[in-house]
Design a protein around this ligand. Sequence first.
Ligand code: ADP
Ligand code: MG
Ligand code: MG
Length: 250
Amino acid sequence: MSTLKIENLHVEVGEKEILKGLNLEIHTGEVHAIMGPNGNGKSTLLSTIMGHPKYKVTNGKITLDGQDVLAMSVDERARAGLFLGMQYPQEIPGITNSDFLRAAINAKREEPISLFKFIRMLDKNIEELGMDENLAHRYLNEGFSGGEKKRNEILQMKLLQPRFALLDEIDSGLDVDALRVVAEAINSMRSDDFGCVMVSHYERMFELVQPTHVHVLVQGQIVMSGGYELIEKIDQEGYEWVKELGYEIE
Ligand code: ADP
Ligand code: MG
Ligand code: MG
């Protein structure tokens, strides 16, 4: 079993403190849902774990099986088994999707993957995700629809087989059929060797990928943790009730 542990995490973005002493512990075999009103630090948390330079850690620790994640480069974090499926995947003209995917796979291996094996794996996953096969040969995310970008993030996850996947609003922009396909892909990854953190606003996603743990992130802290009942409460009542706990919501 692997453990990703976040302790007393404080993070600033552009001089403003966004995460204010956040604690979270995730083990492989678990799926953690994170919900919370917009602008409260969900993407900040996931991007900080992956090492995005925009986010400045001013205090606290992130460890993966005791190893200091904050001391690692983004590449080292990926090699250690961390993966981020981004809320807004970037368009990268000039590099094809398949070249990018092969480079990402090879970065995690000692010997480069054979072209034959790579293409077989790519084709299989593209088909399973119901993606247009041309997307493999186009420039990375360039002109992809919102849903295609999200499916492409899941394609990356499937090919890279991370130990911990951090999925940021992976369901936004997906129609009902695509949502089911993506949920099945996430469920197919579930095992004792895989842990997942999923940020989403919608119960629909969590109906399909049943989380083992649920957290509410408000004002840069986890203010409540529980099970599926928390998702139902938020779906029905929104976040007004969080104010009664003494937290302000803008
Ligand atoms: P969430 O994912 O929960 O919607 P984010 O983590 O994306 O929230 O954003 C948290 C806060 O950080 C927001 O208030 C946002 O406006 C702020 N923020 C993001 N980028 C910057 C920046 N470059 N400068 C200042 N504040 C920023
Ligand atoms: Mg948001
Ligand atoms: Mg966000």
